[in-house]
Design a protein around this ligand. Structure first.
Ligand code: HEM
Length: 235
């Protein structure tokens, strides 16, 4: 076993389980008390960001072997928000009217907002720490495809996340025409594509088990979604 249990893979798997059971156990509660959940999301996001900054500045030091750090890592490294978005993404591909689709659809916009809030520490922290080295490496004439894809896919996704997160909010949604809102939401496909490219650029070669997990999740989604679109067009 490499390092401490596959560095990140357990966090990804647990995040997928957690995000998957949310609609079944907390769906009604999230729908009714969405604002409380958003506040909880902000508390987790800001707490994680503070922890990351304090650790980076070496004001505090915590061993990565301490188990509770895994929870922070799940947020800071992007696994929990990615898992939430994976279900948001799949909700749109499952057969219309199926009980699972209904469950996920019932809190889809709340999950999008929560996923966006939980992505904030990851996007901010890595924009501040990883974009500089990628630009420096380019300026020095070194082109490392993995590093460049990882960086710029992350940056594009941060912009898309802002756009999609803000327009998911009910108050903003109400102000837009249905047609405009629907066409804006198509940018989500680009977000999913870049999330896959970003995850693959990071994991391929070092954490191949994650590259396989991402390929299965996003590959199967692509096939199911395209088939659904073709069916809808025929109708
Ligand atoms: C909303 C935008 C973003 C999304 C959706 C996203 C998604 C992800 C995901 C799913 C992972 C886990 C990949 C894995 O190791 O299996 C990850 C890790 C990572 N991302 Fe992002 N990311 C975003 C923004 C950024 C930005 C702007 C950067 C900076 C260039 C960045 C840099 C990184 C780095 C360095 C890791 C590895 C972290 C670690 O292993 O602790 N990300 N990201």
């Amino acid at each position: 076993m490499r390092g401490y249990f596959l560095k990140g893979t357990l966090e990804l798997l647990l995040s997928l389980v957690l995000a998957g059971i949310i609609p079944f156990f907390l769906g009604k509660n999230i729908r009714k008390k969405a604002h409380i959940w958003y506040v909880a999301g902000w508390v987790i996001a800001l707490g994680t960001l503070t922890f990351a900054i304090l650790t980076r500045l070496e004001i505090i030091s915590v061993s990565s072997r301490v188990q509770w750090v895994r929870v922070i890592r799940a947020v800071l490294s992007g696994y929990l928000p990615a898992a939430i978005f994976i279900y948001v993404m799949w909700a749109g591909a499952l057969p219309k009217g199926s009980s699972i689709q209904k469950k996920f659809m019932s809190i889809r916009s709340e999950m999008s907002i929560l996923g966006s809030i939980l992505y904030i520490p990851h996007a901010l922290y890595y924009c501040a720490t990883a974009v500089g080295p990628a630009v420096t490496s380019l300026l020095e004439g070194h082109f490392e495809a993995g590093l460049q894809i990882m960086t710029w896919a992350g940056v594009v996704n941060t912009v898309l996340l802002l756009l999609l997160g803000i327009t998911s909010a009910k108050s903003v949604r109400k102000k837009m025409s249905g047609k405009k809102w629907k066409s804006l939401q198509k940018w989500a496909y680009l977000f999913y594509f870049f999330t896959y490219a970003h995850g693959i650029a990071i994991s391929l070669g070092s954490y191949n088990e994650r590259a396989i997990i991402y390929t299965l999740i996003f590959g199967a989604y692509f096939i199911v979604r395209v088939r659904k679109a073709i069916k809808a067009k025929k109708k």
